[in-house]
Design a protein around this ligand. Structure first.
Ligand code: FAD
Length: 376
């Protein structure tokens, strides 16, 4: 496959960076990927995966492994705190007739699937390494790495996440991440047989969810309104999470609360958002994923839009006459979709915090999911 570049550097081995390496390699581009973590770890509990993410995983060539090692299902059930079913949202099968329209997986499992595909693509992966400095001219980017090595590339793809060093180097005037007023609690629990798809409960100032991540496990998440992003001591996590579940009389959530213990991998994270104004590139360096559009998880689509960035970037390089035209085309195709996800997710969080209009909440969810079903 012909493209307008031969050699690329990907900085950051998260979902977006790995997807970029895989998609660029498919076009015959030589790829070096540098990841700062020497152990290439991925933390956290489960991650919810919608139909558009499944479609993107199919493009990457890892959908079969997702279905085998994660959990795919149809539809989302929404409950009152006492367990009464109040709404059901369909999740159309856009990744193929045989693939359910939604699902979830443990984050480290998805990271391992993508890391295997990255290595199998022929990309060179260097762990414990980052970019110390870079300099661009019209024809390429010269990079000095933190291990003292140097290289010249036709394109640099910055995918080093929310606190990106690449963003600081390339777009020093970009806004900083903003605290949303919510934190999210997550835990992993044995899956009772009745939990077969995503289940959501809207309670007083809290949203609770259960989502199967495999044959035997599910993850629990709770969005909590917390005015300030203050430190929460990890030794208090378990007791706090149990207390948050206590006002929900639904027997399923009672049972989940009773099962929480030291093995439940409880994590807490303040939710932040970021939407960097266009353009997301300078010369021959482009930023993708959370580096430029980190969303709060209300539409469960942050990983989706980061992986889609990688797919669209590779497609743009295939069809454009040169790198500049490719990056302009990439930007044009990505802006509106990513803006929509970040801004609508933020608005959903605001409604949850203010205990606002639940009809508006439902309308935004439906409109956003419908927009995400559109071709990328
Ligand atoms: C609490 C929470 C829940 C979420 N739930 C969902 C969900 O259910 N569904 C969903 O689709 N999305 C969800 N998201 C969003 C999703 O997790 C992110 O959008 C996605 O992981 C972003 O991937 P990324 O590769 O762009 O960035 P990251 O995952 O941040 O990856 C960046 C990588 O770069 C590396 N790195 C950092 N600095 C450097 C450097 N200087 N040099 C080299 N490497 C570096 C890091 O170690 C990391 O491996 C959630 C987010 C949060 C915070």
């Amino acid at each position: 496959m012909e493209t307008c570049i031969d050699k690329a550097l990907v900085v950051g081995g998260g979902f977006s960076g790995m997807a970029a390496a895989i998609e660029l390699r498919k076009r015959g581009i030589a790829v070096d990927l540098v990841e700062i973590d020497p152990h290439w770890r991925n933390y956290g509990a489960g991650i919810s995966i919608g139909g558009p993410t499944l479609r993107a995983l199919r493009t990457l060539g890892v959908l079969e492994r997702f279905v085998a090692e994660g959990h795919a299902c149809d539809g989302i059930d929404i409950f009152a705190p006492d367990g009464r079913l109040i709404a059901q949202m369909p999740t159309p099968r856009i990744a193929g007739d045989e693939v359910p329209g939604s699902g979830a997986i443990m984050r480290p499992v998805l990271a391992r699937i993508l890391a295997d595909a990255t290595r199998a693509s022929g990309a060179t992966v260097r762990l414990g390494c980052s970019v110390a400095s870079l300099r661009q001219d019209e024809a390429g980017v010269d990079v000095v790495f933190t291990d003292g090595q140097a290289g010249r590339y036709d394109l640099l793809v910055g995918a080093d996440g929310l606190y990106s060093a690449m963003r600081r180097m390339l777009l020093p005037d970009a806004p900083a991440p903003r605290y949303s007023g919510q934190g999210v609690w997550r835990a992993v629990l044995p899956r009772p047989p009745q939990v077969v798809r995503t289940m959501l409960w809207n309670g007083p100032g809290l949203k609770v969810g259960l989502n199967p991540v495999s044959q035997d496990e599910m993850y629990l998440f709770i969005n909590e309104h917390r005015e300030h992003s203050d430190y929460v001591a990890p030794e208090t996590f378990l007791a706090r999470l149990k207390a948050l579940l206590a006002p929900f009389p639904d027997p399923l959530l009672r049972e989940a609360g009773a099962q929480l213990d030291e093995r439940s991998l409880v994590v807490f994270r303040p939710l932040e958002g970021l939407l960097v104004p266009q353009p997301w590139y300078r010369g021959r360096a482009v930023l993708i994923g959370d580096t430029v559009h980190a969303t709060t998880p209300h539409l469960a689509s942050g990983a989706c839009i980061g992986i889609e960035d990688a797919i669209v970037l590779a497609e743009s390089l295939e069809t454009a006459r040169d790198a500049g035209a490719a990056l302009a085309a990439f930007q044009q195709r990505r802006w509106e979709r990513c803006r929509m996800v970040v801004e609508n997710s933020w608005r959903l969080g605001e409604i949850e915090i203010r205990r606002g209009d639940l009809d508006e909440h439902a309308r935004i969810m439906q409109a956003s999911f419908a927009a995400l079903l559109e071709p990328v």
